[in-house]
Design a protein around this ligand. Structure first.
Ligand code: UD1
Length: 430
């Protein structure tokens, strides 16, 4: 198991380009199952979750091959309709194969998925949606199966909560259903819109993605889409923007869609950052002192839960008291204990953390417990005095491609090591 070692206190400078969004790439890869002809996707980031989705698609009988920055996906011959727990336990987004497989083959059976340890994360809304489209859904210990031997039929579906995954899964199931489906109280995340755009480029009829009501008119067949590039990763962009403020830096983050960053930029301004937005790039300058503020995570366009842990790092160093309220997941404060090890003063009561800013964090050995908690600890390490050693690096690799190398290029003193302290690659430019 590798570790990341950071020596904090270095200012970052320069430009960094963000990659395509993991949370757009995964459902789009799953959606390729719907077409009877090949699809090609561009600039899919080679992160661990993408590798898991590739393995999953191959295990279903899909042919994949890469050519430069293009991933070709060919769905020929009969598909295997069962995905075992050995693959689905690695990643919750594995569940996104359910909608497409059910629509395409009339049957799907998956091992109950795993993923980040950030709460119960049930899939009841996905299953209710499939049932509303006419599928028979059966849950057995460790397994869930959905069958629709005579095909799916459009219906009105109201989601009790605007779940991103449930919206995407139901949308993918409904594109080949007979008649019209409406999803009410749908998730409005940009990644949902990107999936709808991909489906439409395959010949689907999806309207209203990005609003609370999505309307899908079923079609008989879909064709593969060619050279589709998913949207830039707003969460990766947010991570670099927070890194700039945490380290007192001036940084330009390129290849972004600034609209997707509205809540993040608003909160960065509240902590005192100066921000300039230009076409597809954002330049951020850290304030002399970080100001305290309050954050509440919400479905899009509210403040994203995935940015909660990274943002909390800033608040640990702010002048005064801040609060962070997590409303999306019930167990997303596992980074708090690790930040406390670095000297942060944080009290948690229920879903709210109260943070009393301290002048500086101090380096310490810490453990990444999930993807975004891991990113937060990297940011804390960059800001802290002394050395921070982060274990549990595989969580970070699930969602960030070459994070260490890209931070090195911006001037950070950071490296990956084997546990005995042996560097695995070039050291920092310092
Ligand atoms: C997606 C993102 C993840 C992000 C999350 C919320 C991907 C691959 N992952 O995850 O990075 O943190 O959106 O923005 O896109 N819920 C239920 N029943 C369900 C489904 C969800 O109760 O059937 C609950 C969950 O437990 C959670 C909340 O709804 O409390 C939000 O989950 P959801 O929006 O579904 O998140 P994901 O799609 O898993």
């Amino acid at each position: 198991m590798q570790q990341i070692v950071v020596v904090g206190g270095q200012r970052l400078q320069g430009k960094v380009a963000v990659h395509a969004a993991k949370n757009a790439a995964l459902p789009i890869m799953a959606a390729s199952l719907l077409a009877s002809s090949p699809s090609s996707l561009r600039e899919i980031p080679p992160i661990e979750d993408v590798e898991t989705m590739k393995e999953l698609l191959v295990s279903l009988g899909v042919d994949l091959f890469e050519e430069g920055d293009t991933l070709h996906i060919r769905v020929q011959g009969p598909l295997n309709t069962q995905a075992g727990y050995d693959l689905t336990r690695k990643m919750r987004a594995s569940i996104l194969i359910m909608g497409p497989l059910l629509a395409r083959t009339g049957r799907v059976e998956v091992g109950m998925p795993g993923g980040c340890a950030i709460g119960a994360r049930p899939i009841d809304l996905h299953l209710k949606g499939f049932a509303a489209l006419g599928a028979e859904v059966e849950e057995r210990p460790g397994w869930v199966e959905a069958r629709a031997p005579r095909g799916l039929k459009g219906n009105h579906i109201y989601l009790d909560y605007p779940s991103v995954g449930a919206t995407e899964n139901i949308m993918m199931a409904a594109v080949l259903a007979k008649g019209t489906t409406t999803i009410e109280n749908a998730a409005e995340e940009p990644e949902v819109v990107d999936l709808a755009n991909f489906l439409n480029s395959m010949g689907a009829r999806v309207q209203g993605a990005g609003t609370r009501v999505i309307r899908i008119e079923g079609v008989g067949e879909l064709q593969g889409a060619s050279s589709y590039t998913p949207i830039p990763d707003r969460l990766e962009a947010g991570t670099f923007l927070v890194a700039a403020v945490a380290t007192g830096s001036l940084l330009t983050v390129t290849n972004v869609i600034p609209d997707h960053l509205a809540a993040i930029l608003a909160k960065l301004r509240e902590v005192g950052a100066a921000i300039e937005v230009e076409d597809d790039q954002v330049t951020i300058e850290a304030p002399a002192r970080i100001q305290a503020t309050n954050i509440k995570t919400l479905p899009y366009p509210g403040f994203p839960t995935d940015m909660q842990a990274p943002f909390m790092v800033l608040l640990t160093m702010a002048d005064g008291e801040s609060t962070v309220t997590e409303t999306v997941f019930e167990n997303r404060f596992r980074h708090v204990e690790e930040l406390r090890r670095m000297g942060a003063q944080i009290k948690v009561e229920g879903s709210t953390a109260t943070i009393q800013g301290v002048p500086r964090l101090k380096g310490a050995p810490v453990v990444a417990t999930d993807l975004r908690a891991g990113a937060a600890l990297v940011l804390a390490g960059l800001a802290a005095e002394g050395q921070t050693v982060i274990s549990g690096v595989h969580h970070i690799d699930r969602g960030y491609h070459r994070l260490v190398e890209r931070l090195q290029q911006l001037g950070a003193r950071i490296q990956r090591v084997q546990p005995l302290g042996v560097p695995t690659g070039d050291l920092t430019p310092q």
